[in-house]
Design a protein around this ligand. Structure first.
Ligand SMILES: Cc1cc2nc3c(=O)[nH]c(=O)nc-3n(C[C@H](O)[C@H](O)[C@H](O)COP(=O)(O)OP(=O)(O)OC[C@H]3O[C@@H](n4cnc5c(N)ncnc54)[C@H](O)[C@@H]3O)c2cc1C
Length: 408
């Protein structure tokens, strides 16, 4: 799959990233993880604490898939408001989902502090503003719901926003304790930690075949390097390319665009360097980086053709910068890196753990959605607990065939 094009900031921040050999022998494993992005890294991290014989195979280099274009705003709020998700799934269901989201950010922080490579994890507050007057009521309802679930947040009116930022908006939710990180370093840090604990990691090793031997109770996976891997369990954490192995009708795609600017001198007009996004769909979002750059993203487009996606890149880059300058006219920001990418979501707004009859003991981690990093933490923990302990009570919440309108 042609996932993305352009120039990428995150890999440039870590030119000496560790590298790993390709697979040069057959293996017999407890767990095989397919993919070398941040989702696979989170699975490896949890499995590293077990005694299971685990290996990771990545067809290219670690962290060069969607992980390298991930803007890595680490937030619990996502594309669909929780007030809408409740209509689809019911209060109890979404109450549990909210609890898991909250825990996920804590878990990501804990993992980033455990591993040796610094992945620039920083707690940040979020400003989620109403893009137009008509959205103020919706935003207020979302605020009230999140308050009931004990999230720490304020509802800001126009004057309060004006007092903090150089732009004016009708209203906003100001939420505390979200986060940001460097997703390329995060991925490398978790793989480095896992490798030190005995997980085998192979780059340049593409999986090109799978069948399940029911007599041996093993998946038999073949690689392009000509080797065979037997595994009691397989986790496909192959990002959007996981859909090339197993189609999933709940998944959907758009094209999206991001710009990373040069380092800027003065960020003093950017209150608390908050993560910023809005109620419009598609939305615009922005954050800062450890070396004082600004990342601006959004302007999604419905096209799923790579040539069409890429032909709009220069125009979208200029537009993203122009939108940013409207909000922060005193910050001198020029584009340094910019990219176009496919971006997966799900039709009902929750990420998916795919479990299918034709793939026994195999899990497809589809952490699709705008909070992919947070979702992949939740799914990685559930899947690895399923494998290590033989079950996890939250698995049914994310299965591809989850019930809608459950009022549990
Ligand atoms: C532009 C953009 C902005 C985003 N912004 C945010 C954000 O602000 N916050 C957030 O939380 N999430 C965000 N996301 C989502 C986030 O990027 C993804 O959820 C996450 O990075 C995907 O990681 P992954 O490991 O699932 O996929 P990938 O990084 O794509 O990793 C999958 C890996 O599997 C490998 N692979 C595929 N097929 C095979 C095979 N057959 N054999 C071996 N290896 C294989 C690929 O080479 C790849 O390296 C964003 C995504 C995009 C595209």
């Amino acid at each position: 799959m042609n996932l993305q094009s352009g120039t990428y900031y995150w890999p440039a921040t870590f030119p000496d990233a560790p590298s790993y050999p390709s697979l040069k022998e057959d293996r017999d494993l407890d767990v095989l993880i397919v993919g070398g992005g941040s989702s696979a890294a989170q699975c490896a991290y949890y499995l590293a604490a077990s005694h299971l014989k685990t290996a990771v195979v990545e067809k290219g280099k670690i962290g060069h898939g969607s992980t390298s274009t991930n803007t890595a705003l680490i937030q619990y709020s996502g594309e669909k408001m929780f007030t809408n998700l409740i209509n689809t799934f019911g209060k109890g269901y979404i109450g549990r989902h909210l609890q898991l989201l909250k825990e996920a950010i804590n878990e990501i922080e804990a993992a980033s502090r455990t591993a040796e490579i610094d992945c620039e994890f920083t707690r940040r507050d979020t400003l989620y503003f109403a893009s137009c007057k008509e959205d103020v009521n919706r935003l207020k309802k979302e605020y009230e719901l999140l308050k009931q679930h004990n999230f720490q947040l304020d509802f800001l009116k126009e004057q309060e926003i004006k007092a903090r930022y150089p732009f004016s908006k009708d209203a906003a939710i100001y939420s505390y304790n979200d986060g940001e990180l460097n997703p390329f370093k995060f991925t490398h840090s978790l793989f480095d930690y896992s490798a030190q604990k005995g997980v085998s990691i192979y780059e340049n090793t593409e999986v090109n075949g799978y069948h399940y031997d029911r007599q041996q109770n093993r998946a038999i996976v073949s690689t392009k390097t000509g080797h065979s891997i037997k595994a009691r369990h397989v986790i496909f954490a192959a990002g959007y390319e996981g859909l090339e192995v197993k189609k999933e009708k709940k998944a959907s795609f758009v094209s999206t665009y991001t710009v990373t600017t040069n380092p800027v001198q003065d960020l003093s007009t950017w209150y608390n360097r908050t993560l910023i996004w809005e109620t419009a769909r598609p939305y615009l979002f922005m954050r800062t980086t450890a070396d004082n750059r600004i990342i601006i993203g959004g302007l999604d487009d419905n096209t799923t053709y790579p040539e069409d996606r890429d032909s709009k890149l220069i125009h979208k880059k200029d537009k993203l910068i122009a939108e940013f300058k409207k909000m922060f006219p005193h910050i001198q920001a020029e584009p340094a890196y910019y990219s176009a990418a496919f971006y997966g979501g799900t039709v009902d707004g929750l990420p998916i753990i795919g479990v299918y009859d034709q793939y026994p003991n195999t899990y497809f981690l589809f952490a699709f959605g705008d909070n992919g990093t947070v979702y992949s933490q939740m799914l990685a923990k559930i899947i690895t607990r399923e494998i290590i302990e033989g079950g996890h009570p939250d698995l049914p919440l994310y299965l591809q065939n989850r019930p809608l309108l459950s009022k549990s």
